[in-house]
Design a protein around this ligand. Sequence first.
Ligand SMILES: Nc1ncnc2c1ncn2[C@@H]1O[C@H](COP(=O)(O)OP(=O)(O)OP(=O)(O)O)[C@@H](O)[C@H]1O
Ligand SMILES: [Mg+2]
Length: 316
Amino acid sequence: MPELLRVENLKKYFPRGSKVLKAVDNVSFTLQEGETLGLVGESGSGKSTLGRAILRLHEPDDGRVFFEGADVAHLGKEALRQKRRHMQLIFQDPLASLNPQMTIGQAIEDPLIIHGIGTPVERKQKVAELLSLVDISPEFINSFPYEFSGGQQQRVGIARSLALNPKFIVCDEPVSALDVSIQAQIISLLLDLRQKFNLAYLFIAHDLGVIKYISDRIAVMYLGRIVQLGPKEELFKNPAHPYTKALISSIPRIPRDGKQVRRYETLSGEIPSPIDLPSGCRFYSRCPVVLDQCKNVDPEFKEISAGHWVACHRCN
Ligand SMILES: Nc1ncnc2c1ncn2[C@@H]1O[C@H](COP(=O)(O)OP(=O)(O)OP(=O)(O)O)[C@@H](O)[C@H]1O
Ligand SMILES: [Mg+2]
């Protein structure tokens, strides 16, 4: 599969008084066409900021974001607008992403109008197609978002994100706010659409269970950094980083026939503040297997097997 997206040393810092909050700090990865990269990490680890900085909804402080060959992080306004057609975002809270004054038909048509695509008749046709793609009957075209359930609102959000034929979608916790039964339906819809349109997803979630189901590769984020990145099976077989092990051990599981289930130590305490980060490994204050050097030396991000990268002194 050809490469679609290449993120290089991306940084997004927020000023906090006289200090700096390093929400995304030197993140690099690539994404192939049609591939799903799952991005997992605790609340505050910088997942949403990373997704937004890639789309330039947050202006990055440093780094490059190559999408279809152009560096989106440094494009001028008009060129960025054109590229954005192919890069979309699906939000956690579909209702907040939809204008309450617009009918769902208008909400889905809106991106087409903004980009001057089609005649009114062609646009209406496209809206009907998009609604049927997400399994909403066209008879609801004049309904308002508040008349819909959370799952249906998310379907509308997805239809809107597809209006401009994107190749890449940042899915920022698209099912976290939904009931479990509805989550499965929305995930199944996202999988169908990926297949139909060869979409690439950056799929953000807290829940490794969901990530495991949908992703080809997984990136684990901790305090603004990717600490482990690898193919899904490989990462679960060898969750080399102690933080990844802790995330895996937090997935609820039922042992089968008394067969031993591998357990790792769970995490204690909360994620520290991304302000005033220590000079060594960011995880050392919570790490169950910490070494002396971890307090002072930032571990390198190293490839431990083909395409499988880890930042941990224990793995080097
Ligand atoms: N617009 C902003 N201004 C200042 N600080 C911000 C802003 N957005 C995020 N942050 C900070 O950046 C850090 C990362 O936040 P972010 O929302 O990216 O985390 P997240 O991994 O998406 O968390 P969650 O799982 O809760 O959605 C947090 O410390 C947050 O307080
Ligand atoms: Mg978030």
